[in-house]
Design a protein around this ligand. Structure first.
Ligand SMILES: C[S@@+](CC[C@H](N)C(=O)[O-])C[C@H]1O[C@@H](n2cnc3c(N)ncnc32)[C@H](O)[C@@H]1O
Length: 313
C-alpha cells in the first residue's frame, strides 16, 4: 500500500476517541494489514535469535528470569523463551494491546505445524514444554496459558519504572521495539534495566532501523523517512500507531553509553547497496541526517547486548 495513504488513514483513525480509535485500528489491521494471517514462525524465530545472542555472550536462557519490553498484541517472544527453558518471563507494555484471540491462533498454528516448530527450536526445545503448551489450544484461556508458561503480563506498565526489585531479572529483552520509543524514554528504560538486572545479567535488544512504511510499500526505500524534517514527518506520520524515533546507530551508541550497562556485543553492519546509494547522493536527507556518514545511516538492523555490572548481591 502507498505509504502516504497508509499514514493518512492512520492519522484519521488516531483522531477518534482513545478506545474507539484502538478498536478501529485493530479491525483494520485484522482485515487489511499485518494481522490478517500473522505467522507464528516469525515470532518463534525471534526467540531463537535472542537465545543465540544470549549464548554468544556466555549466558543461557535456561532457568532465566526474563523481562520483555513491549509485548504488543501477541506472546510469541515470551512463549519462544519459555519453550527454550526460561524460568519465567515478565512482559510489559505501556498499552494493553494483547489480544487473546491472536495468541490462540498462534497456538493453533503451532499445533498444525508442530514438526516445523520443533525443527525451528531444535536442541533448545525443553522436552515436555511444547506438549504442555499445545494442550492449552482447546478450551483456550489466556490466564491458563500465562499460568502454565510462567508468563507475567503487565499492562499498562512503563518499562522505565517497574515495580520489580533490584537484581530481580537475568535477561532484559526486546525485539523491534526500541525504534518505536523516544530517545529519552529509551534511555530511562535502559537505566531501569541496569537496576533490574542481577550483576552479569544481560540486556539483549534487536532494533529495526528501517522506515517501517517501506515494509508494505515497495515504491519506497528503507531510508525514505530520513528525507523529512521533524515537523514534516510529524505531520505526515506522527500518530501513535506508527511512531518511529528515526534514531540512527550512532544515536543508540550514545544512549547505551549513558545507561550504566556495558555493551558486550554490537552487531550493526551497514547494508552495502544502501551505503553506495548514500555515497552517490541518491538518497535525499533532511539536515538532521545529512551530516552522518553513509556507514552509519546504512545500518538497517542492529543488535546490542549489554551487561549489568556493579557489586549488587
Ligand atoms: C512495535 S510494538 C512491538 C510489539 C511486539 N514486540 C511485537 O513484535 O509484536 C512496540 C510496543 O512497545 C510498547 N511500548 C512503547 N513504549 C513503552 C514503554 N515505555 N514501556 C513498555 N512498553 C512500551 C508499545 O505500546 C508497543 O506495544
Amino acid at each position: 500500500m502507498n505509504w502516504r495513504l497508509k499514514a493518512a488513514i492512520q492519522n484519521a483513525i488516531a483522531l477518534l476517541p482513545g478506545p474507539l480509535s484502538q478498536r478501529v485500528y485493530y479491525a483494520m489491521q485484522r482485515r487489511f494489514g499485518g494481522l490478517r494471517s500473522p505467522a507464528v514462525e516469525d515470532k518463534l524465530r525471534q526467540g531463537v535469535e535472542v537465545a543465540e545472542r544470549v549464548e554468544a555472550n556466555g549466558a543461557t536462557v535456561v532457568g532465566a528470569r526474563v523481562l520483555e519490553v513491549g509485548t504488543g498484541r501477541r506472546l510469541g517472544l515470551p512463549l519462544a523463551l519459555w519453550l527454550q527453558g526460561a524460568e519465567r518471563v515478565t512482559t510489559v507494555d505501556l498499552n494493553p494491546y494483547l489480544r487473546a484471540e491472536l495468541v490462540h491462533e498462534d497456538l493453533l498454528q503451532m499445533r498444525d505445524q508442530r514438526a516445523r516448530v520443533e525443527s525451528l527450536l531444535g536442541r533448545r526445545l525443553v522436552p515436555g514444554r511444547l506438549d504442555a503448551l499445545l494442550a492449552l489450544a482447546d478450551g483456550f484461556s489466556l490466564e491458563r496459558l500465562c499460568g502454565t508458561c510462567a508468563i507475567d503480563y503487565r499492562s499498562p506498565a512503563d518499562a522505565a519504572a517497574l515495580d520489580l526489585a533490584d537484581g530481580a531479572i537475568d535477561l532484559h529483552v526486546s525485539y523491534e521495539v526500541m525504534e518505536h520509543i523516544p530517545g529519552p524514554v529509551l534511555e530511562a528504560i535502559l537505566g531501569e534495566a541496569a537496576r533490574l538486572l542481577r550483576p552479569g545479567g544481560l540486556a539483549v535488544h534487536c532494533i529495526d532501523l528501517t522506515d517501517h512504511f517501506s515494509h508494505s510499500d515497495p515504491g519506497i526505500g528503507p531510508l525514505n523517512f530520513l528525507r523529512f524534517g521533524e515537523r514534516g514527518f510529524r505531520l505526515l506520520a506522527g500518530n501513535g500507531f506508527m511512531y518511529m524515533n528515526r534514531l540512527q546507530v550512532d544515536d543508540y551508541d550514545a544512549i547505551w553509553a549513558r545507561t550504566g550497562l556495558v555493551v558486550r556485543e554490537r552487531l550493526a553492519e551497514p547494508d552495502p547497496n544502501v551505503a553506495a546509494a548514500l555515497a552517490a547522493g541518491a538518497i535525499p536527507l533532511a539536515p538532521r541526517f545529512a551530516g552522518k556518514p553513509p556507514g552509519v545511516l546504512a545500518v538497517l538492523r542492529a543488535w546490542y547486548v549489554g551487561a549489568a555490572g556493579g557489586d549488587r548481591r
